[in-house]
Design a protein around this ligand. Structure first.
Ligand SMILES: Nc1ncnc2c1ncn2[C@@H]1O[C@H](COP(=O)(O)OS(=O)(=O)O)[C@@H](OP(=O)(O)O)[C@H]1O
Length: 342
């Protein structure tokens, strides 16, 4: 809708919304004529109001009007605004690395910790959420990362209600490595946790000789989360494909500068984060950050990122690979990207 001038868009928007509002008032009015039926009409009224809300959001999105994050900056001051971009997932795929890399950019300001607004604290309202954001000056974008949004069923609808033009980012990696990483995190908190193999695979006895076959336990969280196709379909029901950037978690480790160039382009940022911001720390086995123009020392992500993983039985790995293969294929089709996971 770029061909419609901004002012006309706003006039169309206000005009249509007013007509719809008058229609709702008319419906409410007819309901109120007969008071004896008022109780029965309550649901109808509720339905109309919710239709009005969603029509407002859809129309704004169609016209490219941002309802929530339109902010005026008084005399160059900084203000808090709702996020322009969200890192929505996926857990244990490199979401912290992505956020920390992005924070080098002078035009990015991000909430430090995970806010969990769209999954846990939605009832607190958008003002509560806005208050959790850092202040930005004009031209800076506000970001937040909470990986559980990826799998929260209501999140796409809620994010859309906040801002239909929001930019979404999700990091994905080989689901088998992701599952092991997820398990390693849980085992670091609960050393008594059974072996990965015993949780990821269930043994079923088959045939005369009582041969034991291991079947993947698809209901176990760390396994289930690697089926990326399902949540992707849910997000794509609300948002156009171009509004979601899928970041290759493996490449974020092997070629961080290249992957960050894609991210900056997607966010409409100048390519400030480049090769010179990274060095490979061989002790950690991951890229760490350098701030070339400042005196700050190079730094890696904390100890909870880049843990060493336990040795996993290759048979279990093979079973998991077989299990994920069709889901990965579906994910490649839906996303239009072949990640080439083994
Ligand atoms: N630069 C850099 N440094 C350290 N770690 C890195 C980096 N890039 C990606 N990774 C991988 O990120 C994995 C953790 O993913 P997340 O940050 O998404 O985890 S979380 O969901 O927020 O808990 C983490 O998983 P583990 O290796 O299991 O710790 C890393 O493999």
């Amino acid at each position: 809708m770029k061909w419609i001038p901004v002012l006309s868009k706003r006039i169309i928007f206000i005009y249509v919304i007013l007509i719809f509002l008058l229609y709702i008032i008319y419906v409410l009015n007819t309901c109120l004529v007969d008071e004896s039926q008022l109780k029965g009409k309550y649901l109808l009224i509720k339905r109309h109001i919710s239709k009005y809300k969603s029509a407002t959001v859809r129309l704004a999105s169609f016209l490219g009007i941002d309802l929530h994050s339109r902010i005026t900056y008084p005399n160059g001051e900084s203000v808090k605004k709702l996020p322009d971009a969200l890192i929505i997932g996926v857990k244990k795929c490199g979401t912290r690395a992505l956020l920390e890399f992005l924070r080098i950019h002078p035009d990015v300001r991000a909430a430090g910790s995970e806010v969990h607004f769209f999954d846990k604290f939605y009832h607190k309202g958008f003002e509560w959420y806005r208050d959790k954001m850092p202040s930005t000056t004009e031209g800076q974008i506000t970001m937040e990362k909470t990986p559980s949004y990826w799998v929260t069923r209501s999140a796409p609808k809620r994010v859309y209600a906040m801002n239909p033009s929001v930019k979404l980012l999700a990091v994905v990696r080989d689901p088998v490595t992701r599952a092991i990483s997820d398990y390693t995190q849980s085992a670091s908190k609960r050393p008594s946790l059974p072996r990965f193999e015993d949780l990821a695979l269930v043994n079923s006895t088959v045939g005369w000789g009582g041969v034991r076959w291991s079947v993947v336990d698809a209901s176990w969280g760390p396994v289930r989360l690697g089926v990326y196709a399902r949540p992707l379909r849910r997000w794509l029901r609300r948002f156009p494909r171009g509004r979601l950037l899928l970041i290759n978690g493996e490449r974020l480790v092997s070629e961080p500068a290249k992957e960050m160039a894609r991210v900056q382009d997607f966010l409409g940022l100048k390519r400030v984060i480049t090769e010179k911001h990274f060095y490979f720390n061989s002790t950690k086995g991951f890229p760490c950050l350098l701030k070339p123009d400042s005196k700050s020392t190079p730094h890696c992500l904390g100890k909870t990122k880049g843990r060493s993983h336990p040795h996993i039985d290759p048979v279990a790995i093979e079973r998991l690979r077989d299990f994920y293969r069709p889901f990965n294929e579906r994910f490649y089709q839906l996303s239009g990207i072949n990640f080439g996971w083994p």
